[in-house]
Every structure is written in C-alpha cells, then in structure tokens.
Design a protein around this ligand. Structure first.
Ligand SMILES: [Fe+2]
Length: 211
C-alpha cells in the first residue's frame, strides 16, 4: 500500500473503542499514528512554510462585540507533506465517523505570543477536523457539549462577555504522534489565552461529508 511519497503512517485504522468514544463525546485522541521521523518532518515543514503563511480568506470568524479586544487572525499555510498525511488518513476518518468523508483542506495555523482561539464551530468544510501540534507549545482545546446548537452569534456573545468562564468546558489535550479528532462543525470549542514564547503551530486536517 505504501508507495513513493506516501508518509509512513504506523496505522491507518481506528479501534472500536475510538469509534465509540467519538460517537459518544464528539472528540477522541488517535495516538500513535506516526513515528518520530514523521513527527519531525511535519514540524520541519510547518516551520519552513511559516514564511509564506497568510490570513485565510475563509474560516470561522467569531463575531465578538467591539468591547472584546480582537485577536490577530491566525496565519495559515499548507504543505505537500501535510497534504499527503491528510489523504492517508481519509480511511481512518471514514472509519471513525461512519460517513463518506472527503478531504477539503489541510493547513498549519501559527500562533505567536499566545495560543488563544475564540469560541467557535468549524466551517461546513470540516465535518471532521483532525488536529495535531506540529511544533511548539500549545495548550489544550476546551470543548463545550452544552453549547451544541448555538450559532456563531451566540458563541460571539459569550466570547465577548467578560463574565464568561474561559476556563470552562472539557479540556482536550493533543495525543503524541497523532491527532485529536473533533466533530468541530457541531461541537463548539475554544482555547483560553495563554502566553507562549516563540512560534507554535497546530495543523488542522478537514474532511467534509458527501452525504
Ligand atoms: Fe476549530
């Protein structure tokens, strides 16, 4: 199966336990998908591609009230290795969700100074989102099952509300040598602001369901 240019994934399947956890919670860690060499290659590509990173034209934009200080948009870049990993994981993505998923986009998102992500749901391009820390230091994502069904306006109101508990939600850490699989178009998520020295990047692999 592995041919030239195919990343050496250690596994491209998921377990029943992972399927069940994803179905029950809307997120699950898939650890051990790749080895150290591939992890280092992803980190190296992520660092290399930073110079050409741009603010994506599309993507979630949480409409926060003006009183909340806007954060700098997250620059993003793609890369051929990440694109191959994206394709290589389509079988695992389908097995995990039981849906006919197709790859839509894969990108490194860069954080400098802090790792904050406003409360949002992912776009319709992301019926399944796989997330991995490419390099650097990134805090856990906080997911909010009780906010399922809330639109971006409501999520923006919460994000702009100084009384909203930014430490709330369920903390989801990123597994080693693998991804966090997230039902990101349904399950609202955010990352509270935390100062981070230097540059960090999270790679996001998105899949859309044909049906
Ligand atoms: Fe997201």
């Amino acid at each position: 199966m592995a041919g030239p240019g195919t990343p050496p994934l250690r596994r491209t399947t998921v377990t029943r336990a992972e399927q069940r956890a994803f179905a029950a919670r809307g997120h699950v860690g898939l650890a051990g998908l790749w080895d150290r060499d591939l992890a280092q290659a992803i980190a190296a590509e992520g660092r290399r591609r930073h110079a050409g990173a741009e603010i994506p034209r599309r993507g979630p934009r949480t409409p926060v009230p003006a009183r909340r200080l806007p954060r700098r948009a997250t620059p993003a870049a793609s890369g051929p290795l990440l694109a191959r990993v994206h394709l290589s994981l389509v079988g695992a993505a389908r097995a995990l969700t039981g849906r006919l998923l197709v790859p839509t986009f894969a990108a490194y998102g860069y954080y400098e100074g802090d790792d904050e992500v406003f409360l949002h749901i992912d776009t319709e391009q992301c019926d399944l989102t796989l997330l991995t820390v490419a390099f650097g230091d990134v805090g856990p994502l906080h997911v909010h099952p009780h906010l399922i069904g809330a639109g971006m306006e409501r999520l923006g109101e919460l994000e702009g509300d100084p009384a909203w508990d930014r430490d709330g939600g369920i903390r989801v850490t990123y597994p080693d040598s693998g991804v966090t699989a997230l039902n990101g178009h349904v399950l609202p998520h955010h990352r509270p602001r935390r100062p981070v020295a230097g540059l960090s990047a999270v790679a996001a692999l998105c899949y859309r369901s044909l049906f």
